[in-house]
Structures are given as structure tokens and as C-alpha cells.
Design a protein around this ligand. Structure first.
Ligand SMILES: N[C@@H](CCC(=O)N[C@@H](CS)C(=O)NCC(=O)O)C(=O)O
Length: 257
């Protein structure tokens, strides 16, 4: 959206479905760049009441004095535009910036939907896990209504996000393909995906890969690793063993520094 950029005087409001990997991407950027913000968490389908106030359908949405941003990349770009040059998530060097944008775009369009589909497929029929995933710190009424709305919301999500046994297999393969591309980039021993500084490419990769890696430092991790279904655990173990998976674990260990 078009906006007049100015220094914020009030904390931002980040509207989320807490477990969403795209919301984690925006949350990580806000934390990294040290912006004060309040997170307004919702469980589906109640997020729609919040997002529709701003003309959006999906989360994250960032509400600021300068405008409202309804997409994770728009949010990162806005934040980047108001931070000092040494804190930027997009390199000032145009060629490197292009590389960062290309990777971010690849992760947004392919990795995020794939980890989400594969991760959800393994737990969608486990009421307790879904409740802890979807109701983490949401308003009392949404949590109270969860048992009633869950069956319908689950089938809507399965249809909307195309979550079924076949798509879960395809999603697993897609994650492997993207991890392979990242393995190749990391093979020369580099610390970050582009240049010698942490960028939007690293942040986007780690946040969107998180459902396939389940780093213990993930702020919304509320189901312990051992309580996950065995098939999910064995997939996560495989992904963690790769250089790309190890990279995600490292970025999460450094997430709050
Ligand atoms: N392009 C969007 C995608 C965000 C997205 O897919 N958000 C999902 C959560 S992972 C969502 O809010 N889905 C709810 C819905 O579609 O109603 C972005 O990067 O912000």
C-alpha cells in the first residue's frame, strides 16, 4: 500500500493466527528490528473478523500509524524502510537485494505452503494438538467456542489449503527440493544465504521452514517434540540432518540476538 513513512510513536499491532509460519516471519522481523508491538492473536475462523476490518483475508496484518500492511513481505519492506541502514533486512547493494528478493519470493510461494500442508496433514486429526496450535493465547471466547467450530474450520482449512494424503506427499517432496537448493548455496561455507549479513532471505527461509524443523526456540512451540505423531517426528529428524535444516536450527538459536 502507499503510505507516508514516518517514525512510529505508538506500538504497532500485529494480527496473527499464532502458529502460522507467515505470521512468524513478521513477528521475527519486528523482534529483530526491535519495534514495540502488540500481537492480537486469533484462532481460525475468528481471524476473519479481525482481518476484514482492514480489507484483508489472511494473516499477518500489521497496523501502524503510517498505514496497514496485509502481507508478510509488505510488512518486512515497510519495517526495512524505517530502520537505519546498518539494520536493514534488504541489502543496499542492488544485486544482492535482487538475490534476497528472489529467494524470499521462492520461499513465500513454494516453501511456506509446502511446510504448512505437510505439517498440518500430520496433526489435523489430533484434536488436542490442533487445540494447542490454534488456541495459543487467543481471546477467551474463541478458545471457548473452539470445540464447536473446530470440525467445520478443519474441513474448510483442508479444502482451502488442499491438505490431503496426496498433497502431503507432494509437499514433502517440494520441501526436499527447496532444502536441496539451500544446501547448494550453503555448500561453500557461507554464514548467510546472501552476502555476509543476515537478511530477509534467511529470516523468510527459517520462519517458513519451521513447521518441518520444529526448533525448540520457536515462540509458539507449545507441544513438546515427543508428543508429536511418529511420522512427523521422523520427517523432522530427516530435515534436521540436512545442511539447510541445521541452518534453520542455528538461525533460531540466534533469533533473539
Ligand atoms: N501472502 C501472504 C500469505 C499469508 C497466509 O497464507 N496466511 C495464512 C496463515 S499461514 C492465513 O491467514 N490463512 C487464513 C485464511 O486464508 O483464511 C503473506 O505472506 O502474508
Amino acid at each position: 500500500m502507499k503510505t507516508t513513512i514516518k517514525t512510529p510513536t505508538k506500538p504497532f499491532c500485529l494480527i496473527t493466527i499464532p502458529i502460522s509460519n507467515y505470521c512468524e516471519k513478521a513477528r521475527w522481523a519486528l523482534n529483530k528490528l526491535k519495534f514495540p508491538y502488540v500481537e492480537e492473536r486469533h484462532t481460525p475462523p475468528f481471524h476473519l473478523l479481525a482481518t476484514s476490518r482492514f480489507g484483508g483475508k489472511t494473516t499477518p496484518i500489521l497496523v501502524t500509524e503510517a498505514g496497514t500492511f496485509i502481507d508478510s513481505t509488505e510488512i518486512l519492506k515497510y519495517l526495512d524502510s524505517i530502520v537505519p541502514s546498518d539494520a536493514k533486512l534488504y541489502p543496499t547493494n542492488p544485486k544482492q537485494c535482487q538475490e534476497v528478493e528472489k529467494l524470499e519470493n521462492l520461499f513465500n510461494s513454494q516453501l511456506g505452503p509446502a511446510t504448512r500442508c505437510w505439517g498440518y496433514f500430520q496433526v489435523m486429526n489430533d484434536y488436542k494438538i490442533m487445540q494447542s496450535r490454534w488456541c495459543h493465547d487467543v481471546p477467551f471466547l474463541e478458545r471457548a467456542l473452539f470445540p464447536i467450530v473446530f470440525p467445520v474450520t478443519r474441513s474448510l482449512a483442508q479444502r482451502k489449503l488442499n491438505i490431503n494424503p496426496e498433497s502431503a506427499v507432494q509437499a514433502y517432496d517440494k520441501i526436499q527440493i527447496i532444502f536441496e537448493q539451500v544446501n547448494k548455496l550453503l555448500a561453500d561455507g557461507r554464514t548467510y544465504l546472501v552476502g555476509d549479513k543476515f537478511s530477509a532471505a534467511d529470516l523468510t527461509f527459517a520462519a517458513l521452514a519451521a513447521p518441518a524443523i520444529q526448533p525448540s526456540e520457536h515462540p509458539m512451540r507449545n507441544v513438546s517434540y515427543q508428543d508429536l505423531p511418529p511420522k512427523l517426528i521422523s520427517g523432522i529428524n530427516e530435515f534436521r540432518k540436512t545442511p539447510a535444516g541445521d541452518f534453520v536450527l542455528r538461525l533460531y538459536r540466534d533469533r533473539n540476538n
